[in-house]
Design a protein around this ligand. Structure first.
Ligand code: GAR
Length: 193
């Protein structure tokens, strides 16, 4: 099985996946990192893990369609079975979704459908909810939409600092993403064989 990760920023989830592949926790080959931001720290992490990294910027294409066609042209020869979005801050459009139906998943740092968007941890914290968490879901055209695959809840302690909550959420993300990717790949494998 072959996987690819898409990311736009820090890349802690990418690193968790790459580490799990390296140690055999995820039984797959991590074939590519697709990045849409040339200065993203995740690029440095990809080098550390020897994962081929492709920086593709939307601004260099005439349309989102052409941008996604370029990504698909990279992924097709790599026979990618599963695409894992990990802090990839773009909507996936038709070209990606049609080429990889039910093969693109995303991680989100809240219990969807609550607190969609790019600032979910802070939004949940500021709202004052007592329980938040992490969601992994299939990707569709909506921001943080699509069928939920896995969720894990996290209690927010009274007086907890936002930094501490963020750290706890990221730790849960890293474990849940690895576990979920493995489960999906095992399911695919069982269906194929
Ligand atoms: C993660 O917390 C991920 O859940 C979130 O971006 C962060 C990326 O961190 N994604 C979303 O908010 C999607 N709406 P990372 O670059 O350290 O993996």
């Amino acid at each position: 099985m072959n996987i690819a990760v898409f990311a736009s920023g820090n890349g802690s989830n990418f690193a968790a996946i790459a580490e799990a592949v390296k140690t055999g926790k995820i039984k797959a080959s991590l074939k590519a990192l697709i990045v849409d931001k040339p200065k993203a720290y995740v690029i440095t992490r990809a080098k550390e893990y020897n994962v081929p990294c492709y920086v593709i910027e939307l601004k260099n294409f005439n349309s989102k369609k052409e941008y996604e066609e370029k990504i698909v042209s990279i992924l097709k020869p790599l026979n990618i079975d599963l695409i894992c979005l990990a802090g990839y801050m773009k909507i996936c459009d038709e070209v990606l979704l049609n080429n990889y139906p039910n093969k693109i998943i995303n991680i989100h740092p809240a219990l969807l459908p609550a607190f969609k968007g790019a600032h979910a941890i802070l939004d949940a914290y500021n709202y004052g909810v007592k329980v938040t968490g992490v969601t992994i879901h299939y990707v569709n055209k909506e921001i943080d939409g699509g069928k939920i695959i896995a969720q894990e809840a996290i209690m927010i302690a009274d007086e907890e600092k936002i930094e501490d909550l963020e750290a706890r959420i990221h730790e849960v993300e890293h474990n849940l993403y690895v576990k979920t990717i493995n489960k999906l790949l095992e399911d695919y494998d069982a269906r194929i064989n």
